[in-house]
Ligand binder design. Structure first.
Ligand code: ADP
Ligand code: MG
Length: 547
């Protein structure tokens, strides 16, 4: 349980600890909610976010929306004003159940104290059955102090794990036949596949049929990024020329350019696998739809290929095209990374970071260029080990996600590290959670990739020069942040280690020290080119004409 206590929920947090539920007190409800939702994604069981009435609940809506958009399970429990004062202008009164409806699968207030267990059971069940998502339970202030006879409360047992659904056999056969006839096949692995723990079956399918695959941002690691069949470095090319695409737990939304030309062939055949029937057919007319759990459905496909083995020819022209494109893209990034000029560019920074990252670490990342470029360089070797801005493109998630990952690691695999790679702007959204990190002694390594701004910034001299022309409110470009900010002091303020680095050598050294220190958190503030950007792209991101 993550949250911030106050009237009327303090007692709920105390009671939770009493029954053995961990309680992590955060500094803003939004971050608490991000953390709780990440626990849901990482474990398959919803984390809880506990918030106070009115503003507390309103602050958590960002986290609920993010969880619901990502299809991650989450329970938000909100205190609310006394029922007897409803509509009278009570302290922090707000229509909370109604407000949460837009951001959740289920939103309710128990009709009595006796009804709480069954409502909680329903919330937990709704959060993990079908397409996972956020659920809200409202607890009025008077519930907290009311007394009831224990014998009148009916405790319901918690729900069974989600039932597993499988696709229609005829559709599975048809899908196998479409794959067998593909000339330029591609498998796309989404975070739905990660959530479904489908790593074993998907790896088998990819290896047995020798299919090229592409992970979505959080699908990274379902199969390790350095697998010979991974064509992530030729992403645009693979999407643009594939004739059959097996879509495993990923939506054809903006992240996958809606599945439409010119990013795809107009007649590309999609085989869509999803647990949510309403998702099937969004934006494209799929060749085959496989409704069911992606792990179970992948096993169904494997059965077809066990019965009649088939392999996509490794010497095909398609593989050649993809491999060549990968090689040239990788060479281009390496060339940028090897530039010796200072301040460093993004590629230089990420190549040095990648060199030292432990293979089993969690990588949390957010920021515009920081996240986009970082994703192409920082490798994932394990499923559910990358957390980022996700479907909703939310900035401010990083520290909450890192805290959640560190707590999960603590329980499962002590010693496993969490690396949180933040842009300087992204860091600002939840920067005070550094205190939370230090309070709970979570040895997270925070990297702030600092270009003095949102997308781009100014160096110190240009900033000073600009101020000669007027007040910052009238002359400073809106994307500028204060140049040369010492974000590492946010960490040292609370007893963690802080580093300010400007050269590759300083970066290497501070990273080595941070990773060797298994007890203290650290923050490395990395100064980079204020005007640095990505290498040239075949397509511009998010421009309407280029859909
Ligand atoms: P990405 O961002 O990686 O493309 P999305 O969040 O867009 O992924 O898509 C994930 C999809 O996975 C959602 O449509 C969701 O319904 C689906 N999903 C979630 N759990 C399962 C599951 N167990 N089996 C199949 N599909 C699932
Ligand atoms: Mg920046």
């Amino acid at each position: 349980m993550f949250g911030i206590v106050g009237i009327p929920v303090t007692e709920i947090a105390l009671a939770a600890q009493e029954v053995g539920i961990r309680y992590i007190g955060m500094r803003n409800e939004q971050a608490a909610c991000y953390a709780a939702s990440a626990v849901g994604y990482l474990t398959g069981r919803p984390g809880v976010c506990l918030v106070v009435s009115g503003p507390g609940l309103v602050h958590s809506l960002g986290g609920m929306a993010n969880a619901n958009m990502n299809c991650w399970p989450l329970i938000v429990i909100g205190g609310s004003s006394e029922r007897s004062q409803e509509t009278m202008g009570a302290f922090q009164e707000f229509p909370q159940v109604e407000a949460c409806r837009l951001y959740s699968k289920f939103s309710a207030r128990p009709s009595s104290i006796e009804a709480i267990p069954s409502i909680i059971e329903k919330a937990v069940r709704s959060s993990i059955y079908g397409r996972p998502g956020a659920c809200y339970v409202d607890i009025p202030a008077d519930f907290v102090s009311l007394q009831v006879n224990v014998s009148s409360v009916k405790y319901v047992e918690c729900c069974m794990p989600p039932p597993i659904s499988m696709a229609e056999t005829s559709a599975v056969r048809m899908a196998a036949s479409v794959i067998r006839n593909a000339k330029q096949p591609l498998v796309i692995i989404g975070k739905g596949a990660a959530y479904a723990h489908a790593e074993e079956s998907i790896r088998k399918l990819v290896e047995q049929c020798e299919l090229p695959f592409l992970p979505t941002p959080m699908g990274k690691g379902v199969i390790r990024d350095n697998h010979p069949n991974c064509v992530a470095a030729a992403r645009s090319r693979a999407l643009q020329f594939a004739d059959v695409i097996v879509l495993l737990g990923a939506r054809l939304n903006w992240i996958l350019h809606f599945g439409l030309p010119p990013r795809y062939q107009p007649d590309v055949k999609f085989i869509q696998v999803d647990i949510c029937a309403e998702e099937l057919g969004n934006n494209v007319r799929p060749a085959v739809t496989l409704l069911g759990d992606v792990n179970a459905v992948t096993k169904q496909l494997l059965e077809q290929f066990d019965k009649t083995p088939w392999q996509y020819p490794p010497e095909s022209e398609w593989w050649k095209v993809l491999r060549e494109k990968m090689k040239s893209n990788e060479a281009l990034s390496k060339e940028l990374a090897s530039k010796k000029s200072l301040p460093m560019n993004y590629y230089t920074v990420f190549y040095h970071v990648q060199e030292q990252l432990p293979r089993d670490c969690f990588v949390v990342s957010e920021g515009a260029n920081t996240m986009d470029i970082g994703r192409t360089v920082l490798q994932n070797y394990l499923p559910r080990h990358r957390l980022d801005a996700g479907t909703f493109g939310t900035m401010g998630v990083g520290l909450g996600f890192a805290i959640a990952a560190a707590i999960v690691a603590k329980d499962r695999n002590p010693g496993q590290r969490v690396i949180c790679v933040e842009g300087d702007s992204a860091f600002g959204f939840s920067g005070m959670e550094v205190e939370t990190i230090c309070r709970y002694n979570l040895p997270i390594v925070l990297l702030v990739v600092n270009n003095n701004g949102i997308y781009q910034g100014f160096d110190t001299d240009s900033w000073k020069e600009m101020l000669k022309f007027g007040d910052a409110t009238t002359v400073a470009p809106p994307m500028c942040l204060l140049p040369h900010s010492h974000y590492e002091h946010v960490m040292t303020a609370f007893g963690g280690k802080g580093y300010f680095v400007q050269t590759p050598e300083e970066l290497q050294k501070s990273l080595r020290q941070s990773l060797a220190d298994t007890t203290n958190p650290s923050l490395i503030n990395i100064m980079i080119e204020p005007q640095g950007t990505r290498k040239a792209q075949d397509f511009h991101w998010l421009t309407r004409s280029n859909l």
